[in-house]
Design a protein around this ligand. Sequence first.
Ligand code: SAM
Length: 259
Amino acid sequence: MQEFGDNPVDVRETGHYTEEYVPSFVEKWDSLIDWDKRSQSEGNFFIDLLRKRGVRSVLDVATGTGYHSVQLLDAGFETVSADGSAEMLAQAFANGVRYGDHILRVVQADWRWLNRDVHGEYDAIVCLGNSFTHLFSERDRRKALAEFYAMLKHDGVLILDQRNYDAILDSGFSSKHTFYYCGEDVAVEPEYMDEGLCRMRYRFPDESVYHLNMYPLRKEYTRRLMTEVGFQRIETYGDFQHTYRDEQPDFFVHVAEKE
Ligand code: SAM
């Protein structure tokens, strides 16, 4: 069971993510969003981008259940898979064996103290699947970005994606719409929204319901933070992947160059 207490919209803590990704939620998500479908919609966007830049080593800081780590290993990148959740890493490790005969190099590490637990320097860091949104204070966001920056080689690149929260914040809560993943199988809807919290509801075909409390990053704000932390050039791409039923992109992908 997920634990949000008596007043779920008061839960605005960076450290809470480890309690939100309970095993039943993670398993369900992983079995429904099947990896073939995901790769059809995402294509080779990230792999092409990394290859074009001559990247060899990649640190996946938001491994989750391992989707991108496995793609990266399949494509021949030296990959280290980090995540703050031990449960996620266990599932990722199993998925590595199952989907690609890979032995993932997993490290449990929170981004705020990444350099303490992960060693070395990387050509690229990826933080994908709307993960950065779990950080609830500006201090944590700056700290995490600074840790990412420090772990990149001088010409390294950070690729970080986020949901298009501007669209949800600006269109007002009344016009909120449901995002469907995997056809109609998983319905994702903002249940509560203010400038400091987006509480998303995930409804599965068996009617089970889970939530995630996330910080609604505005696109320009994320870009500004990256610049302030030292990244020299940031390019932001619009949606290319998830099912979307509106003209606005669902996701943004920021590509930030260290120098
Ligand atoms: N990238 C994966 C994907 O696309 O399927 C997983 C995305 S999942 C939405 C977010 C992941 O970020 C979770 O596995 C969570 O444990 C991790 N995470 C969130 N906050 C973190 C933090 N402060 N430090 C390390 N990992 C964190």
